[in-house]
Design a protein around this ligand. Structure first.
Ligand code: IYR
Length: 223
């Protein structure tokens, strides 16, 4: 018997050997993902973006409110407007607002205020976090853990893009209030991440960096 409003969990046990194999292969596959700033202008079919957004939409969220809106842009004029506004803010950030401690960790990554990826990539997906929801009585009330929820959804989006053989970049123009205006989103939606998506440029490069080891990123307490 299941409770009213509930259905049985669809779940099939896998043999332990297969679980081990899958745990290894998903790690190997995820470990090949890299963030690149160099995109090809080659087109990507809309359906691939739709599937990535659907993957992101499978994320768990606070009270299952799914507090996210993915705005997917392939329109060149809009991408151009976003790039212009982002570069204006970023120029101020890089020139005046960024303290030395921040500058020194960004330097090896080769980032700067020029955001070619915003016009080169065939798609730019902007993730908006919804801080409020409209209740059935017409009142606006908060969503819960929307930052955590959207962060998880973003991770799933990024993985989906990598899995389908494309690349993306997590771009965070700061401040990013201009995105609500350009993309005509309501006041309770807050731009959180800008994700250009596409094929890498033929000459795409990435910084030669290392990931932390398991020992560096984890602590286990065993029985
Ligand atoms: N938002 C800026 C600066 C920037 C900040 C961090 I932390 C990065 O990891 C990368 C860039 C930009 O997008 O260039």
């Amino acid at each position: 018997m299941v409770e009213k409003g509930f259905i049985p969990l669809a779940w099939t046990e896998l043999p332990l050997r297969e679980m081990e194999e899958r745990s290894r292969s998903i790690y190997e596959q995820m470990n090949t993902r890299r963030t690149t700033r160099h995109f090809s202008v080659r087109d990507v079919p809309r359906q691939l973006i739709e599937h990535a957004i659907l993957c992101a939409g499978t994320a768990p969220s606070g009270a299952h409110l799914q507090p996210w809106t993915f705005v997917a842009i392939s329109n060149h004029d809009l991408k151009q407007r976003i790039r212009k506004a982002a570069e204006e803010e970023e120029r101020k950030t890089y020139e005046d607002r960024m303290p030395l401690a921040w500058r020194e960790v960004l330097e090896p990554l080769g980032t700067d205020a020029i955001k070619e990826h915003l016009t080169d990539a065939p798609w730019v997906v902007v993730l908006f976090r919804q801080s409020k929801r409209l209740r059935s009585n017409g009142e606006w009330s908060p969503t819960y853990y929307s930052n955590e929820s959207c962060g998880i959804a973003a991770g799933m989006f990024i993985h989906a893009i990598h899995h389908m053989g494309l690349v993306t970049l997590t771009h965070t123009p700061s401040p990013m209030g201009f995105l609500r205006e350009i993309l005509a989103r309501p006041e309770h939606e807050h731009a959180m991440l800008v994700l250009p998506v596409g094929y890498p440029a033929d000459s795409a490069e990435v910084p030669d960096l290392q990931r932390k080891t398991l020992e560096e990123i984890s602590v286990f307490f065993e029985k």
